[in-house]
Design a protein around this ligand. Structure first.
Ligand SMILES: N[C@@H](CCC(=O)N[C@@H](CS)C(=O)NCC(=O)O)C(=O)O
Length: 217
């Protein structure tokens, strides 16, 4: 069986687990704290980040984008990439927009300070960092609102890894107290509500919630 080295709350781990759930591929989650880097973990993930994957033959892969593409190629149905080359490239673009744009500019500031630092590490919340993330939020949301237009999903009118990647960052922002303003971004808010109701994501968000409520207890 595949193994995923990861932990609740990570948007990158959630992305990969969501892809596996959509495709109904069984896997074992090996709970891994990325801030406590054992030699074994570093062998699997040389940059010391979650997620990492181990396949049935004991071979490792790191990075959620790499892992998600591997999953897509191994388990093509249901597809999380469209067929058309341009559409496939657009999926990769939104994945980069989420992982390389939203993650450092928003999630790493708002979610990290309000949840990881304040509640998990108990290192307090640096409000200046949170505010710098919140300042950038409308630009990111306006772009996504414009790209959605009247389409049900971000690329080719169908649910893809683009939706998974962007929604996974927005889940963390919601966990950090950020709601999408539905008067300013009605299409995005409706899209987000639909995507987080999918059984794949809903179950992972419930797991996160359980983890967060144990932190609060
Ligand atoms: N580009 C990587 C990013 C993964 C990432 O940054 N994971 C975080 C947790 S959300 C991590 O492991 N951080 C620990 C560290 O950077 O030392 C991916 O897509 O997998």
């Amino acid at each position: 069986m595949l193994k995923i080295y990861g932990a609740p709350l990570s948007p990158f781990v959630r992305k990969v687990r969501c892809a596996l759930a959509e495709k109904q591929v069984p896997y074992e989650l090996v709970t891994t704290n990325p801030f406590d880097k054992s030699d074994d973990f570093l062998r699997r993930s040389p940059l010391g980040r979650i997620p990492a994957l181990e396949d049935e033959q004991g071979r490792s892969l790191a990075d959620s984008t790499v892992i998600a593409e591997y999953i897509e190629e191994r388990f093509p149905t249901p597809a999380l990439f469209p067929r058309d080359p341009y559409d496939r490239a657009r999926v990769r673009w939104f994945e980069e927009y989420a992982d390389g744009g939203m993650a450092p500019s928003l999630t790493a500031k708002v979610f990290f300070q309000r949840v990881i630092s304040a509640k998990l590490i108990k290192g307090g919340c640096d409000e200046a960092v949170v505010q710098s993330g919140l300042k950038e939020l409308p630009t990111f949301l306006a772009y996504l609102e414009g790209e959605l237009g009247d389409q049900p999903y971000l690329v080719a009118g169908t649910f893809t890894l683009a939706d998974v990647s962007v929604a996974c960052q927005l889940v963390n922002l919601r966990q950090g107290g950020v709601e999408i303003d539905r008067t300013r971004f009605p299409a995005l808010a409706a899209w987000f509500e639909r995507v987080v109701e999918r059984p794949s994501l809903k179950a992972l968000i419930a797991e996160d919630q359980e983890f967060l409520s144990r932190l609060a207890a």
